[in-house]
Design a protein around this ligand. Structure first.
Ligand SMILES: C[S@@+](CC[C@H](N)C(=O)[O-])C[C@H]1O[C@@H](n2cnc3c(N)ncnc32)[C@H](O)[C@@H]1O
Length: 655
């Protein structure tokens, strides 16, 4: 078995302090056991906890065997000297427990004591709030409600994390309307929601929360069969989720001696600080007595907040599945670099109309020529002609294996790279959306090849090969924090062949005007995501500029909102797909692989941004796509530059 790199790193760090591996190993084992294998605590401050524990171990042995202690007195022990000089009389512990900085451990546990390998009583008790005491907003938050019984499992192989904070965050806008109590079980019977609170009527542009509110709320507790415990409070709530393999975690807090819920005050200075609050003070901020939760299903907690943040995160993402079970596959997220969480948004698997967008999905609008009512079974395998191919020259875009046909794909790629294929509108809604008195001429919208899939009015079956995008995501994807400064990105965990459907860009459907108004009102909202203008086929005259629709995924979206941009040679290509009707006014915006993609590769698509355009309505970023065709590189060769100027404007309709 390959040595665990974390173990190797720990040995190396200690060797640099002159401590031999034989001394490190037993202490490291104990520490891992004590910290429940949370390496983060051990690695912080250049392995300070480990070094301190080794020295403490030695000190303990001093009285037992002076001779041996002298033998092991290493010549160079800076950490020990530091501690002995500056902190004599204090217990040894990771510095980060008090530092509160960004590098603070997520689990500011009590001082590790290594005697007998057991956890001290205090560690198991958790909160310092005395029964009946009421912490105020000015007081420091209580220490973590993390009660981890050391496990009996062998730690010889020194495995990786066993406790992972999967999400914090979620101050919600609240007007007291959002508390719904009840018992529920999800469809696959995995999660038992003991009490639940939901936001029912959050509307796009009204989603920003109000502040300085106070209300009584209910604690939200979910115990899942995947050994996950989630606790939340729905008013300026903070959800704390831990993934616990051994299920020994017990939350113990929240009731006074009469079993009445305690009142808590929470002060969060800034939205971004929610995560820090979690790191610094531990979590959950609110807890419940396990037994009382089991007995009555819910506990009432009064929470109050004073929050000045202009915008606060409002959604929790499960580390195992940020789709909340909405897709056929789970989509996990990972961050191996920082303590950041993915940006908050509501995961939706299908587009949703915000308000005014005219998306008429009705059977009466699908004529006989627009569906294949005479077909049976699988149209792609049938020798009979299928009406759904009428608009694509009698040919399906898909192979029997569900991939895009090579010729179709190559044609789509060629079209997207050829400036000849642009349509120029007279009064461009894209340009006018940038600001109210924009007189810029249209810079062109790409005409594209459509795919028409069979649908409900067709005679074929659900498993017809001409139904690919409508079945949703089927490959294993993961959201991850990129290492090259692009923020979060999306990658595949499977090898993908060329022409495979990956996902659709899903978001709110807004009219261009609604999007413009929203951008004016909340100019920062466009930071994380680029809206899509559904402008394919504008050249046909079917789609009127004034009725232009946009997809916007900042607040409501799917995994596609994490796909980063790559100039020209991206591994995904976007193709418009008609599913519910023959309209090119509203269609689906689907991503397919433009080449073979290996597992773990980041997925990218060309946003079509012109980095030289200074009035781009989106917040332009410094492109870090790494492509040799990058359009954001200052070039001396103006000819080269010009050749890419044309590939613009497919997206970018936002602030
Ligand atoms: C649709 S979002 C993609 C997900 C985003 N990275 C995140 O963390 O949520 C678009 C934003 O991602 C970042 N981004 C995307 N492609 C990039 C690139 N090639 N170079 C640098 N930043 C990029 C920019 O901040 C951009 O505004």
């Amino acid at each position: 078995m390959a040595p665990n790199p974390r173990v190797v790193a720990a040995f190396t760090a200690m060797a640099n302090l002159g401590i031999h591996e034989s001394k490190v190993k037993p202490v490291l084992k104990k520490l891992l056991k004590l910290y429940d294998k949370n390496w983060q605590l051990i690695e912080e401050e250049s392995y300070r906890a480990l070094a301190d524990a080794i020295f403490e171990e030695e000190e303990n042995q001093d009285g037992v065997d002076d001779e041996e202690a002298r033998t092991h007195e290493a010549p160079l022990r800076p950490l020990k000297r530091l501690r002995l000089r500056g902190q004599e009389g204090q217990s040894s512990r990771p510095m980060t427990m008090t530092s509160g900085g960004p590098s603070s451990g997520a689990f500011p546990l009590k001082t590790p004591k290594l005697e007998d390998g057991t956890v001290p009583e205090k560690t198991l008790k958790g909160p310092t709030v005395e029964p009946g005491a009421t912490p105020t907003a000015n007081k420091k938050m209580p220490p973590p409600f993390i009660f981890i019984k050391p496990k009996d499992e062998p730690v010889d192989e020194l495995p990786d994390y066993e406790i992972i904070p999967i999400s914090v965050i979620l101050p919600e806008p609240s007007s007291g309307r959002d508390s719904l109590m009840g018992e529920a079980e999800n469809q696959d019977g995995h999660d038992t929601v003991l009490s639940q609170c939901r936001d029912e009527d959050v509307e796009g542009e009204d989603i920003l929360p109000s502040y300085n509110e106070e209300a009584t709320s209910n604690v939200n507790v979910v115990l899942s069969s995947t050994r996950e415990v989630k606790i939340s409070v729905p008013l300026w709530r903070i959800i704390a989720c831990y993934h616990i393999k051994s299920l020994t975690l017990i939350y113990e807090f929240g009731t006074d001696s009469n079993n009445n819920p305690q009142e808590h005050s929470l002060k969060i200075a800034q939205a971004d600080d929610v995560a820090k609050e979690f790191e610094t003070n531990g979590s959950p901020i609110f807890g419940v007595n396990k037994d009382s939760v089991m007995a009555n299903g819910s506990v009432s907690v009064k929470s109050s907040s004073t929050v000045d943040a202009p915008h606060v995160p409002r959604t929790v993402h499960d580390v195992n599945d940020l789709t909340k079970g909405e897709e056929r596959v789970k989509i996990s997220w990972v961050n191996n670099t920082t303590n950041d969480f993915p940006p908050p948004f509501h995961y939706i698997p299908r587009n949703l109309v915000f308000r005014d967008a005219y998306v008429n999905i009705s059977l009466s609008r699908i004529g006989n020529e627009d569906c294949c009512s005479a077909c049976l079974g699988n149209c792609v395998l049938s020798s009979k002609p299928c009406s759904c191919t009428n608009k694509t020259g009698g040919e399906f875009a898909y192979t029997a294996q569900g991939l895009l046909k090579e010729e179709f794909l190559e044609e789509c790629i060629a079209i997207s790279r050829d400036p000849q294929n642009y349509f120029y509108c007279k009064a461009c809604p894209l340009e006018t959306s940038k600001n109210d008195d924009c007189l810029e001429p249209c810079k062109g919208h790409l005409k594209r090849k459509f795919i028409k899939e069979c649908w409900s009015k067709c005679g074929c079956g659900k498993h017809c090969g001409n139904r690919v995008v409508q079945r949703g995501i089927s490959c294993n994807l993961q959201v991850f924090l990129t290492s090259d400064g692009k923020g979060w990105g999306l990658r595949t965990l499977d090898d993908l062949p060329k022409g495979a459907f990956v996902c659709e860009f899903v978001g709110e459907i807004l009219t261009a005007k609604e999007l413009h108004d929203r951008n004016m009102k909340y100019p920062k909202n466009g930071k994380y995501t680029y809206p899509i203008l559904l402008d394919a086929d504008w050249g046909s005259g079917i789609v009127k500029d004034s009725e232009a629709l946009c997809l916007y995924a900042a607040s409501y979206g799917n995994a596609a909102r994490f796909i980063n941009h790559r100039c020209l040679d991206a591994n995904l290509i976007e193709i418009p797909v008609e599913i519910e009707g023959p309209s090119h006014h509203y269609y689906h915006f689907a991503f397919f692989t433009s080449r073979k993609i290996a597992a773990q590769e980041e997925l990218t698509w060309d946003y079509g941004i012109n980095f030289d355009e200074h009035d781009e309505p989106v917040e332009l970023f410094q492109c870090r796509c790494g492509s040799k065709f990058c359009r954001n590189i200052k070039r001396s060769n103006s000819e080269f530059n010009l050749s890419f100027m044309c590939n613009v404007q497919f997206v970018s309709l936002s602030t």
